[in-house]
Ligand binder design. Structure first.
Ligand SMILES: [Zn+2]
Length: 500
C-alpha cells in the first residue's frame, strides 16, 4: 500500500539511526522502527520483527527526532510571502525605488520587509521616500523588526511623527503589530502554508512569539483543522494581567482547542534593542556615536518584577537580550527571581556571564544564522566591544542548554540552515567567521529538537514519534548537504505531516 500525508505508518522500515548519544546496539545496520498510538514502541534490526500494518520504507535514509524552531514570529513570517523583499537594497534610495514599483495591496498600502539600513550607503529621509512613493501609505520593515521606515502618508495614517520617517523600538513594534493584525481569513491560510513548508523541512514544533494574544488564534486554527505542528506561544507583558486573571500556566493546552498541539509558552520580555538598529544595550559605545550604548527598553527593576510575577503564576520566562549589558541584567533577574526559561538571542555576552547560563539553568535560545547574516556588522559596529559575540561554542562548553531558532522572518524558518551556520559558521563560500565558536553537528542537531542540546537526540522505545527522515547523516554531512538537506518524511506523534 502507498502511504500519504495524514496516514499513520505502523513500521518505518530499513531506516538508519544517528546521533552522538546513541546507546543502541545497531551500529550502521538498518533498523525497523515500530510505532503505535503515537509512540515509538520498538526498534529492531530490519526485518527482525514481523512488519504488521502500514510500512513506510526508509531505505537509504536517516532518522532523527522531529525538529523545533525555538523562536518564530508566526503571522509575520506567514505574511512575509505578501511583502516586497528589501534584503537586496544597498541604499535607502534603492529601497525607496523598489517600493515605488511594489504592488499596492487591497487595503491601499504598500509593505516591504527585510531591509538592512546598517549597510546602506546613504541616509534614509522622509523626502526621499515621499518622492518615490507619493500618497500611497508605504511601510518598510527592518530585517530585525526593531525599526520601520514610513512615508508621510503612512505616518499620517498611523498617527506617528518622525523627521526621517524612521521609527525604532516600541513605536516600530506597534506599527508591526498593526500591520500583522490582518483578518484571520487572510492570515490563517498563509499560516497553514507556512507550517506545511516547515514540516517539509522536518519541523514538528515551534515557539510562536507573535506580539498578540496568541491563545485565541491557535485555538481557532486548531478548531478549523490545523494539525501540522506543535506550538508553544509566548505572552507579552501587555497581556500578562489577562494571562494571570485567566490562570494560564506554561504547558497548559490552549483553551478552546480541538487538540493538544498548542500550549502556553513563556512570558516574553524584550529588554533591549538590536544590533542592526544599533540599539542593543552594550558596555561600549557604538562607533561614531560616543553617547550611544544602545538602550535597555525595560528597567532592570521592572524586569525583576515581571519575572517574579510570572514565576509565581507558573509561567516560564523568555527574555530578549542582545547586548552584553542586557544579558547581564537578564541573568541577574533569573538569579534573583528563581525564574526558569530562556534568554532569547544572547548575541553579545560578557565572558564572565557565559557560564552563568549553565549554572542558572537558563536556556540559550540562539539563532545561528544571525551570526552569518551579521558577521560584517559585528566586525564593524561591535568591533570595540570586549564581550564575545555569538558565543555558541563557549555556551555549549560551559554547560548551557542551546535551543536553536530562526527568529523568522529575520532569517528563514529552516533548522538545517541554523545547524549549518552553527557548525560551519559560514555561507556562500566565504571563510568561516569565528570558527572557534562553531559547535559539533551533534550539538547542533539536538539544539534543533524540543529539549535542546542537553536533551540529546536519541530515538528509543517509549518516545513520542515526532520524527524526521533525512537523506544524509547530519552528523557527517558537509555544509552544502546540511543546508540543502532533503527531508523525505516528517511524523508528528506518528502521523505523517510531510511525505516526499
Ligand atoms: Zn523575535
Amino acid at each position: 500500500m502507498s502511504l500519504e500525508r495524514g496516514d499513520r505508518p505502523d513500521v518505518i522500515a530499513n531506516a538508519r539511526l544517528t546521533g552522538a548519544d546513541r546507546v543502541d546496539p545497531f551500529g550502521d545496520d538498518p533498523v525497523d522502527i515500530h510505532l503505535a498510538e503515537g509512540l515509538v514502541v520498538d526498534i529492531a534490526p530490519a526485518g527482525g520483527l514481523p512488519r504488521r500494518g502500514a510500512v513506510l520504507d526508509a531505505t537509504g535514509v536517516w532518522i532523527v527526532p522531529g525538529l523545533w524552531d525555538h523562536h518564530v514570529h508566526v503571522v509575520q513570517w506567514a505574511l512575509a510571502a505578501q511583502r516586497e523583499q528589501l534584503g537586496g537594497a544597498a541604499a535607502a534610495a534603492e529601497a525607496a525605488a523598489i517600493m515605488s514599483n511594489a504592488a499596492v495591496m487591497p487595503d491601499g498600502r504598500r509593505i516591504g520587509a527585510g531591509f538592512r539600513d546598517a549597510f546602506w550607503s546613504d541616509a534614509p529621509s522622509l523626502e526621499l521616500l515621499d518622492a518615490a512613493t507619493g500618497d500611497v501609505p508605504t511601510y518598510l520593515i527592518n530585517a530585525d523588526v526593531h525599526s520601520v521606515w514610513l512615508n508621510s502618508a503612512a505616518l499620517r495614517r498611523e498617527g506617528f511623527a518622525s523627521d526621517t520617517g524612521m521609527l525604532v523600538e516600541d513605536p516600530a513594534f506597534e506599527i508591526s503589530r498593526r500591520l500583522n493584525a490582518v483578518d484571520p481569513a487572510v492570515a490563517d491560510p498563509l499560516v497553514a502554508r507556512m507550517a506545511q513548508d516547515a514540516a517539509a523541512r522536518g519541523v514538528v514544533g515551534l515557539v510562536d512569539l507573535d506580539m498578540a494574544w496568541n491563545e485565541e488564534a491557535w485555538a481557532r486554527r486548531l478548531r478549523s483543522g490545523f494539525e501540522t505542528l506543535r506550538v508553544e506561544f509566548g505572552i507579552y507583558p501587555d497581556f500578562l494581567d489577562r494571562a494571570l486573571a485567566e490562570g494560564l500556566q506554561t504547558g497548559d493546552v490552549a483553551r478552546g482547542s480541538s487538540s493538544d498541539l498548542a500550549r502556553v509558552g513563556s512570558l516574553k520580555v524584550i529588554t533591549d534593542g538590536s544590533l542592526g538598529t544599533r540599539t542593543a544595550a552594550c558596555s561600549h559605545a557604538y562607533p561614531g556615536d560616543p553617547s550611544n550604548h544602545g538602550m535597555l527598553t525595560v528597567d532592570p527593576a521592572l524586569l525583576i518584577e515581571l519575572m517574579t510575577t510570572a514565576t509565581g503564576a507558573g509561567l516560564a520566562c523568555a527574555i530578549h537580550a542582545i547586548g552584553d549589558v542586557a544579558n547581564s541584567h537578564a541573568l541577574e533577574a533569573f538569579a534573583v527571581t528563581g525564574a526558569w526559561g530562556t534568554i532569547e538571542h544572547a548575541q553579545l555576552v560578557a565572558h564572565a556571564d557565559i557560564p552563568r547560563f549553565g549554572r542558572l539553568g537558563v536556556g540559550a535560545s540562539v539563532q545561528p544564522e544571525h551570526a552569518i547574516d551579521d558577521r560584517d556588522l559585528t566586525d564593524s559596529i561591535w568591533a570595540g566591544q570586549t564581550a564575545q559575540p555569538y558565543p555558541l561554542r563557549a555556551l555549549a562548553d560551559s554547560g548551557a542548554n542551546l535551543l536553536f531558532g530562526s527568529d523568522a522572518p529575520v532569517s528563514p524558518l529552516d533548522p538545517w540552515a541554523a545547524m549549518a551556520a552553527a557548525v560551519f559558521r559560514t555561507r556562500d563560500g566565504r571563510a568561516p567567521w569565528q570558527p572557534a565558536q562553531g559547535v559539533t553537528a551533534a550539538t547542533a542537531l539536538s539544539a534543533s529538537t524540543r529539549g535542546g542540546s542537553l536533551a540529546g537526540s536519541t530515538i528509543e522505545p517509549g518516545v513520542v514519534a515526532d520524527l524526521a527522515l533525512c537523506a544524509h547523516d547530519p552528523l557527517i554531512a558537509d555544509e552544502g548537504q546540511l543546508r540543502g538537506m532533503q527531508v523525505t518524511a516528517t511524523l508528528l506523534a506518528g502521523r505523517l505531516t510531510h511525505l516526499l
